[in-house]
Design a protein around this ligand. Structure first.
Ligand code: FES
Length: 128
């Protein structure tokens, strides 16, 4: 697995609470990813709707619908599974969210680059 890069302290992610975002490169373009906690687990996705490639959150870091069961795009209301990123309704069609690999250990959340997701050139150093 690729090197682990820091996202935030575990305590920054409350169950179905506000997200933590960070910048990265997606296919060479500067974009943002977000991490949330659902059922105790941290999950992360690229902040890019499957309908139109725009960010989902209108209010910064607010990705949950009113029921706090689904992730929602504030632009046209597409709903996504927080566990898988799959589109569950709305204009996202069959396009789900793009997952970002994350882990949580010793009170810290980290993400892992991939072929398409890379750190910014000036990103914080990796963890041991
Ligand atoms: S841009 Fe997200 S539902 Fe249209």
């Amino acid at each position: 697995m690729a090197e682990a890069l820091p996202v935030c302290a575990s305590e920054a992610l409350q169950e179905r609470g506000l997200a933590v975002q960070w910048e990265l490169l997606y296919c060479g373009l500067e974009e943002r990813a977000f991490a949330v906690r659902v059922d105790g687990q941290v999950v992360a996705y690229l902040n890019r709707c499957g309908h139109v490639p725009t960010e989902l959150d209108w209010q910064p870091n607010a990705f949950w619908d009113d029921s706090r069961q689904y992730l929602i795009c504030a632009v046209h209301g597409a709903l996504y599974s927080p566990r898988t990123g799959a589109c569950l309704g709305g204009r996202c069609g069959r396009m789900g969210l793009i997952p970002v690999a994350v882990s949580e250990r010793d009170g810290q959340v980290h993400w892992y680059p991939s072929d398409t997701l890379q750190p910014l050139p000036d990103a914080p150093a990796s963890s041991p």
